[in-house]
Design a protein. Structure first.
Ligand SMILES: Nc1nc2c(c(=O)[nH]1)N[C@H]1C(S)=C(S)[C@@H](COP(=O)(O)O)O[C@H]1N2
Ligand SMILES: [Mo]
Length: 257
């Protein structure tokens, strides 16, 4: 019976759209079996859509009036390496964003290079797992643009962000901050590499010269002080093996909000 309905849909093209709908409804009403099939198919579609939509849906965007008068600096407030101090001294003119790993064309972008690329601006709410939130306006380059330039190789699955700071040396003597997201989040339109916050260059406290905004996830995924982006097929071999500084200390890898 299911086949029959499908055929009516496929071959009933000469009828008006209204007639088609009526035919479908009539058949369903007359035969509860078909209705059942349609219902379960609908259920499946909804479930699939929710799954996909869930990851692709946009995070809420706010208006200028909603921007928080103050935005906390959390975690590292300034990387304390000599290398970072020198870069900061030179206004990050010598800083390069390296993009490597499973890519056809490894890249090195200066801040000027990034500013020349098409930018996206979004006003979003940052939610820290510690229980505070703040709204800010972020401007930067969509990560999808950077990926398109580098050309991920087949097998690429995650984007890893290597940061300049060591937060706390605990586990294996290293506390290097890093984060990772999968390609679904990497290509999400609101996933940007931000160089500006509230229309000003990113302050050191908030991650100068470049930080990640991945708006569907919690604060600890928003890597600050990005030095290098590495495309990988697995993050198991990196640091503690759980895909991020906080993940290696027990937090969820997918920190959806
Ligand atoms: N490199 C780096 N990125 C980081 C952190 C950090 O300590 N180092 N802290 C994370 C956490 S827990 C939060 S809530 C946000 C804080 O960003 P903010 O300092 O701009 O508020 O950055 C995240 N990204
Ligand atoms: Mo956080």
């Amino acid at each position: 019976m299911n086949k029959l309905t499908r055929r009516r849909f496929l071959f009933g093209g000469t009828l008006g759209a209204g007639a088609l709908v009526l035919t479908g409804c009539d058949a369903a009403v007359q035969d509860p079996g078909i209705e059942g099939v349609i219902r379960s198919a609908e259920g499946l579609t909804m479930k699939t859509q929710r799954l996909l939509q869930g990851r692709h849906a946009l995070a809420r965007e706010f208006s200028e009036a909603d921007i928080s008068p103050s935005f906390r600096v959390n975690g590292t407030s300034a990387p304390d390496s000599k290398e970072y101090a020198q870069l900061l001294d030179g206004d990050f003119v010598d800083w390069r964003l390296k993009v490597d790993g499973l890519v056809d064309r490894p890249q090195a972008f200066s801040l000027a290079d990034l500013r020349k690329l098409p930018a996206r601006t979004q006003i979003t709410r940052h939610d820290c797992v510690e229980g505070w939130s703040a709204i800010a306006k972020w401007t930067g380059v969509p990560l999808s643009t950077i990926l398109a330039t580098a050309g991920p190789k087949p097998g690429a699955r995650y984007v890893v962000f290597h940061c300049a700071d060591e937060l706390e040396k605990t586990l294996d003597g290293s506390g290097r901050y890093y984060e990772s997201i999968d390609l679904i989040d990497a290509y999400h339109p609101q996933t940007i590499l931000a160089y500006a916050m509230n229309d000003r260059n990113l302050m050191v406290g908030h991650g100068a010269p470049l930080r990640l905004r991945v708006e569907r996830q919690l604060g600890y995924k928003q890597a600050k002080y990005i030095m290098r982006i590495e495309i990988v097929d697995s993050y198991a071999a990196l640091w503690g093996g759980n895909g991020g500084y906080w993940e290696d200390r027990g937090y969820e890898w997918y920190a959806g909000i």
